[in-house]
Design a protein around this ligand. Structure first.
Ligand code: GLU
Length: 497
């Protein structure tokens, strides 16, 4: 039986120390895809034991970002589930019980070293260019003595007692077997002096108790993967499959993304935070498509995927451990593809707020007519006002010079505008089939190029030098407004003469 058939239980486990970014979103997406592909469960677990770096609204923000991306979880702090609680801060006792088991089996020990002493050890090791490991002072304190010191109120942490000889082989689904020398595994702290478990213990215990079958996580956890494997062995538990995902590179492809790079991106109008993409006018499905392909591919040419397509096509075998560059122009490309895949009705939902944001009350019939004219051109939704704001304006007052057609004088352009006004006043409607033929006749009669005449009308009616097809726009704007905008243009041009 392959992974694809067995129902997977997977989890996305953010620490509420920051907002949802592309890396977290991609991890969540792969979890969601595997759960849905196999008919399993996608679990949201909040890893909030580090109270110092806690960000108040991070949990809610992570949740709303995931929902925006369409990645709803089946079990989690808000929706509950049979393996809760799903917030680590509510599981303190569970971790302590498990730490106790490791003490009893001899796989962990109480450590009474003071922070000052540890700092000194680190310093000395640094000088000798040795790994900054714990020096083992408390490893062999007899259990009774340790318990006496604890009873006396001496502060302590609980550390893992890592083997000092031999080697450990770990298995990553993308990278295969990795064997490391046990010498380089530290006696890591599992429980801090305040009684809170650290990630190493808490996450392994939770993954086991929550019956997680696959762990997708960032490759920053590869160095401590041997420790995690040893913890599983110490408990005598079967390990889930581990997948350490590829790292993200800067858009230039040179080097890993750092905090400073993130800040610089922000300065350039880019972001790695999911909630910013919504503001920039991107579709969640385009974002899903984009991040799915950072470290996964279906074949060497398919690039358009809806979330449903991704569920159908996803497989762990096609994940790629090589670093993936963040390419924002690819996102633009995907957004365009997804916009064009949506119906007018669906697009209305996204385009409407762009005009409302500018203070217009948006008439539904008008919006329905506009969407087909701009659908092909939009890269992001905030392009919509750039292409179509003139439909909502009462009056258009372009800079007068823009009304002067190429290779004409202001007087000639004014005359063209007057003649056009006369022709258009006579036609029954602005529909292309009614208004365009007499205007083409006028172009011929006046002896100008169509671009010159229609250029003037375009600027007069839309206020823009580039617009969706002119007559289609005029039909939507309606005869009365078109004529009044043309009259206004004549006045503006006359002022230039
Ligand atoms: N809380 C950890 C993090 O945010 C989760 C890592 C994991 O998925 O195991 O990096």
């Amino acid at each position: 039986m392959t992974d694809q058939i067995k129902a997977a239980r997977v989890r996305y486990a953010p620490s509420p120390t920051g907002y949802l970014h592309l890396g977290g979103a991609r991890t969540a997406l792969f979890n969601y895809l595997l759960a849905h592909k196999t008919g399993g469960q996608f679990i949201l677990r909040i890893e909030d034991t580090d109270r110092r770096r806690f960000v108040e609204d991070a949990e809610a923000e992570q949740m709303s970002g995931l929902r925006w991306l369409g990645l709803q979880w089946d079990e989690g702090p808000d929706v509950g589930g049979p393996y809760g609680p799903y917030r680590q801060s509510e599981r303190k006792e569970i971790y302590l019980e498990h730490a106790q088991k490791l003490i009893e089996s001899g796989d962990a020990f109480y450590c009474f070293c003071t922070p000052e002493r540890l700092a000194q050890v680190r310093q000395e090791r640094q000088k000798r260019k040795e790994p900054l490991h714990y020096d083992g002072t408390c490893r062999n304190i007899p259990r009774e003595e340790a318990e006496r010191r604890i009873a006396n109120g001496e502060p302590y942490v609980i550390r893992f007692k890592s083997p000092k000889e031999g080697s450990t082989t770990v298995y990553d689904e993308l990278r295969g077997e990795i064997t490391i020398n046990n010498e380089i595994i530290d006696d890591s702290v599992l429980v801090k002096s305040d009684g809170w478990a650290l990630y190493h213990l808490a996450a392994m215990v939770d993954d086991h108790l929550m019956k997680i079958t696959h762990v997708f996580r960032g490759s920053e956890w590869l160095p401590t993967f041997p420790l995690h494997t040893l913890l599983y062995r110490a408990f005598g538990w079967e390990m889930p499959k581990f997948v350490h995902l590829s790292v993200f590179l800067k858009p230039s492809g040179k080097g890993k993304m750092s905090k400073r790079d993130v800040a610089e991106l922000g300065g350039d109008g880019y972001s790695i935070f999911v909630r910013d993409f919504e503001g920039f006018g991107y579709l969640p499905q385009a974002l899903d498509n984009w991040i799915a392909l950072m470290g996964w591919s279906y074949d060497d040419h398919t690039e358009f995927f809806t979330l449903e397509d991704l569920v159908e096509k996803f497989s762990i075998e096609k994940l790629n451990p090589s670093p993936a560059a963040i390419n924002f122009s690819k996102l633009d490309h995907f957004n365009g593809l997804h916009i064009r895949s949506l119906s007018t009705e669906e697009l209305k939902k996204w385009v409407r707020p762009q005009f409302e944001k500018l203070g217009y009350s948006v008439d539904d019939t008008l919006l329905t007519k506009i969407i087909p004219l701009i659908r092909e051109r939009m890269v992001t939704f905030d392009d919509a006002p750039r292409f179509a704001e003139f439909f909502f304006k009462d009056e258009i007052t372009p800079p007068a010079e823009e009304l002067v057609a190429k290779k004409t004088t202001a007087a000639e352009s004014a005359e063209i505008a007057r003649q056009s006004l006369a022709v258009l006043s006579q036609v029954e409607s602005m529909a292309p089939e009614t208004a365009e033929p007499p205007m083409r006749d006028l172009v011929e009669k006046l002896g100008y190029k169509p671009g010159q005449v229609f250029g003037i009308i375009r600027v007069a009616v839309t206020g823009q030098t580039v617009s969706p097809p002119l007559f289609e726009c005029m039909e939507i704007i309606g005869k009365e407004k078109v004529l009044s905008r043309l009259r206004n243009a004549v006045l503006l041009l006359e002022e230039l003469i």
